[in-house]
Design a protein around this ligand. Structure first.
Ligand code: ADP
Length: 633
């Protein structure tokens, strides 16, 4: 029964009960009274009692009736309220449903727009990469031919400009990838020092041209192996370093790697400092926004798009870190980014590999204060005992001591690191005699590259700038006869290697004539026998009829695309013992493109524009693989 009905029944009961009680009292009391012979006083009292009871009963009934009326009003009001509320809730529901529908629709439209934008960018960059591949590739081929020095300069310019354009395309692509949530951040273990040093190596040439001194300072207490995304770290560092070099001339660019601890959190901190033109304070706040440049004239003077730092910020944040900038106009800028410092296990620290070198005692003689400090800082971070002289007075005093009493003075040290370019011939003779007792390591003039020890070094060994930790350790080890102690396993990416793939036959599949020409020239340059196919179907037919050591496969082609062609080739090979490695050679560089290639049965992937060195490295890898007749699918 409903609550309102229950109250109604109870009230009615009460009224009836009141009436019954009053009449019963009159009956109960009146009858015996009439039978009894009571005194007048008693009779009056009893009658008064009866009257009072009747009055009480009367008021009770009236109050109850009043209560009942109020209750009925309340009930009606309640019902009204109920229906109003129901109406309002219904209206709100309808409104919410409409809004939800509208928002879902807006979201769908926005998503479609983003996807359309990403697709447009992917298509556009694909289209740009293809001709760029032609320009860059032809320039690389031309570079190897007999050219006059003037022609060589022109070719170098074509190559460096096409590389800049390539970087720009990559930036645009990266930016759109991050926006569309299509960028994957790797989490792998990698060698920290080597990653940073190879990035610095890439900058050395342009730093020499801009006459910028590179100074590297890496905290040796940092772990040797860390967990993060080395490719993205290199990308950010490369961007900061090339900006520093772009906006600084005849200055110093320093790269520092350190550890920060904050509320029990450990951070790996990368700092790039330059002594260049600086950034105005009011521009600093927007420097990480897309397409923001310090001033409009920047584009005209220095080129660029203002996208680099925006991409850096997005990448650093995706790695769980932050990036900041500080600057003073005309005094230089400092960019710092940090990411969580994580290791797989108790990792060895960078310093650990000093090994037998712990007891060496070098003497540094260098007029260049910045370089002298950089060397000293590395030596002290390795806890070596050393002495450094950089002021003219100190240097003269040391040379005087060395010439007066050579043996006594020199016996204090195990080697001498000297920048002798500014010394007189007489002073150089002093170092000749020093070199007879302890190894002298000659600091090569700054901004000189590729100096061969055997032809130009006057003393035991030479040291070139920039002074990178593993390089210095390497040189010291060699000078002290401790070969390769402290040497880090390098990827040798900075060394040009002579490739020769004579006797191997490859198939190149590409529908674009210029691309075919570029790739053929590059491949023939390393003595490969190259056969070509202009589409997937021709490739399948050729693989059926001939035997190839390697196939380079374009993806988008008429008649039969690269994916389908690969599937058909793999189906052909099912009965065979070995497979032909297939490398995708494509201008598709979006996330998932590589996976698509591998899923279709290809073994590896190289993006256009093709870098000759990368192409040769992959070729070597897969020719070795095939040679060993290892089946791996
Ligand atoms: P880009 O260099 O391609 O223009 P970035 O996003 O890398 O794009 O840099 C944006 C702008 O920030 C630059 O155009 C320049 O004005 C300023 N900037 C960045 N790094 C430096 C630096 N080290 N010194 C001076 N200005 C800088």
């Amino acid at each position: 029964m409903k609550r309102s009905t229950r109250i109604y029944v109870a009230a009615t009961g009460l009224v009836l009960s009141g009436a019954i009680v009053a009449s019963s009292l009159a009956l109960l009391v009146g009858t015996p009274i009439s039978q009894l012979s009571l005194s007048t006083w008693q009779a009056i009292s009893i009658t008064a009692l009866i009257v009072t009871a009747s009055i009480v009963a009367f008021f009770c009934v009236r109050s109850l009736r009043e209560l009942l009326r109020k209750y009925t009003d309340l009930k009606e009001a309640n019902q009204k309220l109920h229906s109003t509320l129901e109406y309002q809730i219904d209206a709100a529901h309808t409104d919410l449903r409409t809004r939800l529908k509208r928002e879902t629709e807006a979201k769908r439209v926005a998503l479609e727009a983003t996807q359309a934008k990403s697709k447009f960018l992917a298509d556009m960059t694909h289209e740009l990469r293809t001709p760029l591949n032609g320009i860059g590739g032809m320039a690389q081929v031309l570079q190897k031919s007999a050219l006059s020095s003037e022609q060589m300069t022109y070719v170098d310019t074509i190559l460096s400009t096409s590389k800049t354009l390539g970087t720009l395309i990559n930036d645009i692509l990266d930016f759109s990838k991050v926006e569309a949530g299509k960028i994957d951040i790797e989490d792998i273990e990698f060698a920290l020092l080597e990653t940073v040093e190879t990035t610095i190596d890439e900058l050395t040439h342009s730093a020499n041209i801009a006459k910028n001194q590179l100074v590297v300072n890496i905290d040796p207490e940092l772990p040797r192996q860390v967990l993060s995304d080395p490719t993205r770290i290199k990308q950010v560092l490369r961007n900061l370093l090339s900006n520093a070099n772009k906006f600084c001339n005849n200055g110093v660019i320093s790269i520092q790697l350190s550890k920060q601890i904050e509320d029990h959190d450990q951070w790996l901190c990368f700092t790039v400092h330059d002594t260049g033109i600086g950034i105005a304070e009011n521009k600093l706040a927007t420097i990480f926004e897309a397409f923001s440049q310090e001033e409009a004239s920047t584009t005209r003077r220095f080129g660029g798009t203002g996208l680099g730092l925006a991409v850096c910020k997005q990448l650093v944040e995706l790695m769980g870190g932050t990036i900041t900038a500080s600057s003073q106009i005309n005094f230089g800028s400092q960019f710092e980014f940090r990411i969580p410092l994580r290791t797989n296990h108790a990792s060895e620290i960078i310093r650990t590999r000093n090994g037998p070198l712990t007891h060496i005692k070098p003497l540094i003689i260098d007029h260049n204060e910045v370089r002298c400090k950089a060397i000293a800082s590395l030596l002290s971070s390795w806890c070596f005992d050393f002495k450094a002289a950089t002021s003219l007075n100190d240097i003269n005093a040391i040379i005087a001591a060395l010439s007066d009493n050579l043996t006594a003075t020199i016996e204090d040290y195990t080697c001498v690191i000297v920048a002798s370019e500014d010394f007189s011939e007489t002073q150089k003779v002093v170092f000749d005699s020093v070199n007879a007792k302890v190894p002298v390591l000659e600091l090569q003039p700054l901004f000189h590259e590729g100096i061969d020890d055997s032809t130009l070094c006057r003393y035991t060994l030479s040291i070139q700038s920039p002074i990178k930790p593993s390089y210095l350790m390497d040189r010291l080890a060699t000078a002290h006869g401790v070969d390769a102690v402290g040497r880090d396993e390098r990827t040798d990416g900075d060394q040009v290697k002579g490739y020769n793939f004579e006797e191997f036959r490859v198939l190149l599949v590409d529908d674009n004539e210029v691309n075919r020409m570029v790739a053929t020239l590059l491949l023939e340059d390393v003595n490969l026998e190259v056969d070509v196919a202009e589409n997937g179907q021709e490739a399948v037919d050729k693989v059926r009829a001939n035997s190839y050591d390697l196939v380079y496969m374009d993806c988008e082609m008429p008649l039969l695309n690269g994916f389908e062609a690969t599937r058909k080739i793999r189906a052909l090979e099912d009965s065979m013992a070995a497979i032909t490695p297939i490398i995708a050679m494509t201008a598709n560089a979006m996330k998932g493109d590589r996976d698509r290639c591998i899923e279709s049965g290809m073994n590896d992937y190289i993006a256009k524009p093709i870098d000759a060195e990368e192409l040769y490295q992959l070729t070597e890898k897969w020719l070795n693989f095939n040679h060993a007749k290892v089946v791996n699918r």
